[in-house]
Design a protein around this ligand. Structure first.
Ligand code: FAQ
Length: 310
């Protein structure tokens, strides 16, 4: 259909060409990218909250320094992503308004609570692990600024994943109480991590167009399967059990089979009915309002600088 773009645009995509900010692009392509990049940026900054919750309670200076660095990285990822979205002709303040007014989404995963220190390990291992599997193909996304932002983000996510694995390994090999704490965190974070990849393919309204446009390179279910295949041997190395009795290697498929995912939970969380949706939004909007004076001061300083240079 005409909405997908003219033949010249589609041919450029077929040849793996990159679309850059000043290039002509169909309106629907621009809108889809703004939606996805903004959602991704919002996830990064809302994603600072569940882990930020443990910075003051990290068990050692070493762990605290790692966690501080990780949470700061998430803020940085938000900034690169808002900047990438701005190249599509929208202002960061408009995107933040859309988040605060509930017109744009952020990842379901950040609406779950972090109730123990082991959750910091489970988030690094599983949530960052899932994020990497989803984001590595985005380094080849057809839109140049998004693809380039993803390269650096993926490198930093690898460090995040490793620190989570290391934290869980230490707990798993610790006292029986520490091992139990690690297992409990994995029990709670496993299924929500699988839901991060989105609805199943047959219920994913955006997939067909995003795939035609080279934004998506693999389907939600393909990436979910890839994640399970990577996570199972890692769980064995950790000495922790994945909470799925149906998980087993399938010789014919050359993949792990896994149990049925309760997608009604994903849709409920997306609809605002997760454990922490209200708390996350309240924290975000109050931080934004409390920061008003900082934005004003920065604008005044920039105006003064411009005046002085003129
Ligand atoms: N949560 O048709 P599809 C991170 C929505 S990683 C909430 O399949 P699409 C790192 C979807 O937007 C997390 N909403 O959609 C970190 C759509 O609604 P809409 C962020 C979801 O776009 C770690 C509807 O359902 N990563 O932050 C979810 O083709 C630790 C139908 O779905 C990204 O954003 C969900 N899980 O595929 C940070 C990656 N799934 O917009 C801090 C980039 C689906 O039409 C600490 N995004 N929906 O109203 C993507 O790859 C894609 O957007 C998908 C969804 C795969 C998420």
């Amino acid at each position: 259909t005409a909405e997908l773009g003219d033949p010249e645009f589609l041919a450029l995509l077929d040849n793996e060409g990159r679309i850059e900010p000043r290039d002509a692009m169909p309106d629907a392509y621009r809108k889809t990218l703004i939606r996805q990049i903004a959602q991704h940026a919002h996830s990064e900054i809302i994603g600072m909250q569940p882990e930020g919750n443990w910075i003051t309670r990290a068990p050692s200076l070493h762990r605290k320094a790692i966690l501080l660095a990780k949470v700061q990285d998430e803020a940085g990822h938000g900034l690169y992503l808002y900047a990438a979205a701005e190249t599509l002709g929208i202002d960061r303040s408009e995107l933040l308004d859309a988040l605060h007014e509930g017109r744009q989404k952020y990842s379901s995963i950040f609406n779950y609570p972090t109730t123990s220190w082991a959750d910091i390990g489970a988030i690094g291992w599983l949530v960052d692990g899932a994020a990497i599997v989803n984001q590595v193909p985005l380094c080849r996304c057809s839109y140049g600024p998004y693809a380039r932002a993803m390269i650096r983000i993926c490198k930093e996510e690898s460090f995040h994943q490793r620190q989570g694995f290391d934290l869980l390994l230490t707990l798993s090999n610790g006292t029986p109480a520490q091992h139990a704490m690690a297992q409990d965190a994995v029990n709670r974070w496993w299924w929500p991590s699988l839901m991060m990849f989105g609805p199943p393919d047959e219920a994913s309204p955006n997939s067909a167009r995003s795939t035609r446009w080279g934004i998506k390179r693999f389907s939600n279910d393909e990436l979910r399967q890839r994640f399970v295949d990577i996570a199972v041997p890692q769980s064995e190395a950790l000495g922790l059990t994945i909470p799925d009795p149906d998980l087993r290697w399938n010789v014919d498929r050359d993949h792990y089979d896994f149990g049925e995912i309760d997608f009604s939970e994903l849709f409920d969380v997306i609809a605002g009915k997760g454990y922490c949706n209200d708390e996350r939004m309240e924290r975000r909007t109050s931080a934004h309002n409390d920061g008003e004076w900082v934005r004003e001061a920065a604008m005044a300083y920039a105006a003064k600088k411009t005046e002085a240079a003129a």
